[in-house]
Write a protein that binds this ligand. Structure first.
Ligand code: FO1
Length: 317
């Protein structure tokens, strides 16, 4: 554990972001780490409120994540899905038996009127996660993908259609009417460093920044704000980021991600394989760190987290 007394805030989406969040949680005292998580992927399914990114971060920090998929719970069984299939029910979205307990409890608490933030803290506490994992907003925000011929809710696009339709545009329904939660605003105001985890910039980070005033507040924060590229050598570390960026006419590289986020960053971390891009990113006015960013195991997650905090100047070598 680092002896930093600094407050670290991390912004994260699902699997890629959760890995760096895990690394940070191993070295930052829990009361000093806040992870703000995208809830644009949330949806209602079979009457349950599913929060894929919150659960991915929560399970990863709890050491309970499925190591193969990155989402869901390890040592999972699938009896409910088998029974559902027998009824001819919807099986495109896989809900494991253990994972189902999370959705049942969350949905029940939300129905009883408990705030989303409280529900999330309570689930985390009961799984032994001590860092603060915050949903970005109390209000619903839903990522909608405009494909060639139809509008798709995010999970329809991502899971049911396996990201195959070409993306024309992306919008965040409800973002303008939603508010960042007071816990989110407070964490950002108290932050000594803000870390943008290597999550999809278009559908994991953008929904957070789409909340009223949040982009402006982060842009104005006079603290190190460090992004970690989710694109290495023109490919996404995980998921459809590269495909989406291509379809939206963006440069598919660490440079493309840095351009997209440069107003909210002071520094950007890229992989050794992208060293050739360092100058272009420096020329945007960002400090750069070139290091190994691919997190194959827990040691790599912790090492990258240490390097990011050293780069931000909140942790000594
Ligand atoms: N992703 C899939 O590709 N297929 C699934 O069946 C699936 C089920 C699922 C259940 C619970 C959960 O928390 C996540 C789940 N995910 C599944 C992952 C998730 O939909 C995506 O990884 C995120 O939305 C993208 O960050």
């Amino acid at each position: 554990m680092t002896n930093t007394s600094k407050n670290i805030v991390a912004l994260a989406g699902g699997v890629g972001g959760a890995k760096l969040a895990y690394g940070l949680a191993q070295i930052v005292p829990p009361e000093k780490l806040t992870i703000i998580v995208n809830t644009g992927d949330d949806f209602e399914h079979l009457g349950l409120h599913i929060s894929p990114d919150l659960d991915t971060v929560m399970y990863t920090l709890a050491g309970a994540a499925n190591p193969v998929t990155g989402w869901g719970v390890k040592d999972e069984s699938w009896n409910m899905m088998a029974a559902l299939a027998r009824y001819g029910g919807p099986t495109w979205f896989q809900l494991g038996d253990r994972d189902l307990a999370t959705h049942l409890l969350r949905s029940n608490w939300l129905r009883e009127g408990y705030p989303y933030n409280w529900v999330t803290q309570e689930l985390c506490r009961r799984l032994g996660v001590r860092s603060a994992v915050l949903p970005m907003s109390e209000q619903p925000v839903r990522t909608i993908v405009q494909a060639e011929e139809e509008e798709l809710a995010f999970q329809e696009y991502f899971v049911e259609k396996q990201c195959k339709p070409a993306v024309k545009s992306i919008r965040f329904a409800g973002a303008e009417e939603a508010q960042p939660s007071k816990e989110v605003i407070n964490a950002i105001r108290m932050a000594d460093t803000i870390v943008f985890c290597p999550s999809n910039p278009l559908v994991s980070i953008d929904p957070i920044l789409a909340l009223p005033n949040l982009r402006r507040i982060i842009a104005a924060a006079q603290v190190p704000k460090i992004g970690v590229s989710p694109i290495v050598k023109g490919e996404a570390l995980k998921g459809p980021a590269a495909k989406m960026m291509t379809e939206l006419g963006m440069e598919v590289s660490a440079v493309g991600v840095a351009k997209h986020l440069k107003d909210v960053l002071t520094g950007f971390v890229i992989d050794h394989l992208d060293e050739a891009h360092q100058e272009a990113i420096t020329n945007m006015g960002l400090r750069t760190l070139v290091t190994a960013t691919i997190m194959k195991n827990d040691e790599a997650r912790v090492r990258l987290a240490q390097e990011v905090l050293e780069f931000a100047g909140v942790r000594n070598k």
